[in-house]
Design a protein around this ligand. Structure first.
Ligand SMILES: Cc1cc2nc3c(=O)[nH]c(=O)nc-3n(C[C@H](O)[C@H](O)[C@H](O)COP(=O)(O)OP(=O)(O)OC[C@H]3O[C@@H](n4cnc5c(N)ncnc54)[C@H](O)[C@@H]3O)c2cc1C
Length: 511
């Protein structure tokens, strides 16, 4: 009989997280919260600092922070000052503006007895008024009023956060949770057969650990530079490689409850809403525009911009994120431009996966755990790149050399099957099981919203009847009426800051 008790890799007792940005502290806090018997230390360099950008989240973040990590939302609102994000307003595609909200928009079936098809079938040329969240976005409202005139807060929101304020909060919180924080600079790394042995520091000290979590940002000091893991580029689909970033102090502008993504001559520009500041960033392709010309276009559209800075990046991921005793999380593992603001969500997922694995396996990492972590990390980044490719291939708004090249040459990668299915059959859910990848953060609803929003033609396999047309009009009217009364972002912030406001678990259950 085979002995089921096979020897496994030895137990993890000490973890060193290299990097004190969003990734480093979210990873350290997850590990600490779920593995109280493991020592977790964070090593960061105040000389190098953090990236300072990364300000829009997906809808998983509030649940991750307040439910999984147990961070008190009242304190979070007081110390970090987030605003809410209900989705993205795209100034994109032939048809002009459309909303991509965190609530399902087009993949909704039978909301009305006279509408037999999913809503996407009725959305061609007309995406504005059938989804409550989308109407709220258009009206610059973040939440409905309940029957007592109070904030009716749901769980379909993400945050806009100031990156430095967020990381500084996480650092304070990590210290309180018993994470040791060291400020020093890694100068060289000792490597052995099992991976990294020790980090040698500028101070003359050195640090060893059983497991190293590489959160060193674009440097990818342990995974990329030290272990020399190969990089998988998304260059054939994503042509942009730089961002110019700037902003201004808010005056009378409304605080939108969404991120704006606006088509530019050689890329696109985000607008992120903070309570007292508006941040913008032009993501562009340096093969198509010089830094000076990009800055001129950026300032031309945003005359209030103060000082600017440029960040260079490459889109792609490392072949494996977990190699020997090094696991990379954050920009050190993979990166795509923030067109869908996915990086913080990827950090949360990886941090949680690592923390839960160590807890369940009593601190042991097996080869199959590394394999599955790597498979998930690769699928997660690849499916994000697939989805972004759809944004570039079909944006028919401008006829500049950059956009002509995108429409002609962008590789749709894994999105090809969903796109051709939609083109031949319309926004149908019938083959959801085979079309959707369970790892992909963007369901059929996301794909169909982007395709319909950009007015990518699809076959109509049946006629829309008069009864359906009338029902569609009634549905939109009812949605408009339902979403006409609500709270603006400043009103909602005042409400949650009031001493009597109590956050409830159902306000952030989507961890
Ligand atoms: C233009 C742009 C826009 C973005 N927008 C978004 C967005 O809207 N939403 C989103 O989710 N993400 C966005 N991101 C990604 C965002 O940057 C990350 O989600 C997030 O900030 C995590 O960064 P990080 O912790 O991996 O790296 P960093 O913040 O760069 O932290 C790296 C850490 O490693 C330390 N370090 C590095 N080398 C050494 C060394 N030798 N010795 C000691 N310490 C060292 C540094 O000091 C630092 O503490 C954006 C990125 C870019 C480039």
């Amino acid at each position: 009989m085979t002995d089921l008790l096979q020897p496994v890799d030895s137990r993890t007792r000490e973890i060193l997280v290299l990097g004190g940005g969003t990734a480093g502290f979210l990873a350290a806090l997850s590990l600490r919260r779920r593995n109280s018997d493991i020592t977790v230390r964070v090593l960061q360099s105040s000389k190098l600092g953090i990236i300072g950008v990364g300000e829009g989240s997906l809808r998983q973040l509030p649940g991750f922070l307040h439910d999984y990590l147990g961070i008190d939302p009242k304190r979070f609102f007081a110390e970090v000052g987030p605003t809410w994000k209900l989705g993205i307003r795209f100034k994109w595609g032939k048809g002009g503006d459309f909303n991509y909200s965190f609530s399902p928009q087009v993949d909704v079936v039978h909301p009305h007895p006279d509408l037999p098809q999913p809503l996407g079938y009725y959305c061609w040329n007309d995406m504005e008024d059938h989804c409550v969240t989308s109407v709220l976005m258009r009206n610059d409202l973040v939440y409905l009023k309940d029957k007592n005139g109070r904030l009716d807060i749901g769980d379909d929101y993400g945050y806009h956060l100031d990156n430095r304020r967020f990381a500084a909060f996480l650092e304070r919180y990590a210290l309180e949770q018993g994470v040791e924080i060291i400020d020093d600079l890694v100068t060289h790394v000792d490597v052995g057969d099992d991976g990294v042995e020790r980090l040698n520091l500028e101070s003359g000290n050195s640090i060893a650990a059983d497991l190293f979590v590489d959160c060193s940002g674009f440097a990818s000091l342990l995974l990329g530079k030290t272990l020399d893991e190969p990089f998988v580029s998304y260059r054939s689909s994503l042509f942009c490689d730089k961002a110019i970033i700037g902003g201004w102090e808010r005056s009378a502008e409304p605080v939108h409850p969404y991120t704006t993504s606006e088509t530019m001559d050689s890329g696109w520009c985000w607008q992120i809403e903070h309570e007292e500041r508006i941040n913008r960033g032009y993501v562009y392709a340096s093969d198509f525009v010089s830094d000076d010309d990009a800055e001129a276009e950026f300032r031309g559209r945003n005359p209030l911009i103060e000082e600017t800075s440029i960040v260079r990046f490459r889109s792609g991921r490392f072949e494996n994120a977990f190699v020997k005793n090094v696991v990379a999380i954050g920009n050190s593992a993979g990166f795509v431009e923030p067109l869908e603001a996915t990086a913080i969500a990827a950090i949360c997922t990886s941090s949680r996966a690592l923390a839960e694995t160590l807890r369940t396996n009593h601190g042991r990492i097996t080869p199959a755990v590394r394999r599955e972590f790597n498979h998930h990390n690769a699928r997660s980044w690849d499916t994000i790149a697939d989805f972004l490719a759809v944004h570039y291939r079909f944006n028919g708004m401008l006829d500049t050399p950059f956009w002509q090249a995108c429409r002609a040459d962008v590789d749709l990668r894994g999105a090809e099957r969903i796109v051709s299915y939609y083109q031949e059959n319309g926004p149908s859910q019938l083959w959801r099981l085979t079309l959707e990848d369970p790892v992909c953060r963007f369901r059929l609803d996301g794909y169909y919203t982007l395709l319909l929003g950009q007015q990518v033609p699809h076959a109509r396999l049946g006629e829309v009847t008069d009864a359906e047309r009338a029902a569609w009009a009634r549905l939109k009217e009812a949605t408009r009426a339902h979403a006409s009364h609500g709270f603006t972002v400043p009103e909602a912030l005042a409400a949650v800051r009031a001493p009597e406001w109590q956050w409830q678990p159902e306000h952030f259950k989507a961890a």
